[in-house]
Design a protein around this ligand. Structure first.
Ligand code: FES
Length: 340
């Protein structure tokens, strides 16, 4: 008979058999433990272990484990952040805008709201198509919208969902939305510099986080580093100009291929142009897992707070795109006129 361990989570106590996954034991005993993929990918179940030891489930966040992959081998004292409850809602597509050759922006109206934190994601099941995960965000051109949800979706060759947008998925198409999920969301009340790094449509969750931070403090010190493979794929250029109009925001734009003479775009990937990190920084990164791994190591070296949203290349890839409706903040009277 396996040994039983006592787990205290956010002040509630439950038991777990030795060797059992922490998440499994919590859910079996009715603990509302945040989760989604149950495979160590999405980060929804990230948990701080204050006392005791687990095996497996290591994460890129210092002192945190993925509860879905962490096996219990002692009594534990753990904590996880309380998140909005997962809900489902019906909706329909209200707008489709081509932002560049490989990114399409999708607007959705919902029959009932889903509450989430900026940077979290939901799953979207367009009727007749498989479910995909996207992060709700703002229009990429800095404009306002009356849609409940805006998504930036990368068109992936042979992508069953992304390639159907504007073809078989048109305005009026029904969609089922479920969420929120994910732990790479904006934490209010911090004062350190924010370093936000996005590759491709990783810009979607990063834009939600930047917007929330600027609503909290329009003078927040922030570096936004974003990139794409080519300059025409920098679909977020206008939105970056809006971000850059806030007094504390510096924008760095990168592309793997930059035509000669275009000095405003730096050649390389976002991680190559991310400034040196400091212990007081709060770092968010979204995009390719390789980029996130590099940034996680740099953040860990200096002890900076780090949150990430890796877009895994899988059948349920994060193509990327809250329902409190997101809105662009007002730059205020100290706004700068132009982008650097
Ligand atoms: S539920 Fe644990 S990482 Fe997704």
């Amino acid at each position: 008979m396996p040994k039983l361990h006592s787990i205290t989570a956010n002040g509630t106590t439950f038991s777990a058999r030795s060797g059992e996954f922490l998440l499994d034991s919590a859910l079996a005993q009715g603990i509302a433990f945040p989760h989604d993929c149950r495979a160590g990918r999405c980060g929804s179940c990230l948990t701080k272990v204050a006392r005791g030891s687990t095996l497996g489930g290591a994460s890129m966040q210092r002192g945190m484990v993925h509860a879905c992959q962490a096996r219990v081998f002692s009594d534990l004292d753990i904590s996880f952040e309380q998140l909005p409850p997962v809900r489902a809602a019906n909706g329909e597509v209200t707008s489709l805008k081509v932002r560049c050759a490989d990114v399409i922006e999708v607007g959705i109206k919902l029959a009932n709201p889903i509450v989430f934190r900026p940077g979290q994601y939901c799953t979207f099941k367009f009727r007749g198509f498989p479910a995909r995960s996207f992060s709700p965000t703002l229009p990429a051109d800095g404009s306002s919208t009356t849609d409940d949800i805006t998504l930036h979706i990368k068109r992936v060759r042979d992508g069953r969902v992304s390639m159907a947008l504007g073809e078989d998925i048109l305005q009026g198409h029904k969609v089922r939305v479920e969420g929120p999920f994910g732990a790479a969301f904006f934490r209010p009340g911090r004062s350190g510099r924010m370093v936000l790094v996005a590759g491709g449509t990783g810009f979607a969750p990063i834009l939600s986080i930047a917007s929330a931070a600027l609503h909290e403090d329009h003078a927040r010190e922030m570096v936004v580093v974003t990139g794409a493979r080519t300059v025409p794929s920098l679909y977020m250029a206008r939105g970056l100009v809006t971000l850059q109009s806030f007094p504390g925001v510096k924008v760095i734009v990168t592309a793997s291929e930059v035509p000669q003479g275009l000095s405003i775009v730096r050649t390389g990937s976002p991680d190559q142009h991310t400034p040196d990190l400091k212990a007081e920084d709060v770092v968010y990164a979204a995009g390719a897992p390789a980029m996130i791994k590099l940034l996680a190591a740099r953040a860990d070296r200096v002890g900076a707070e780090f949150y990430s949203d890796p877009f895994e290349a899988s059948g349920n890839a994060r193509d990327v795109g809250t329902t409190q409706r997101l809105a662009w903040p007002n730059p205020g009277p100290r706004a700068r006129a132009s982008a650097a």
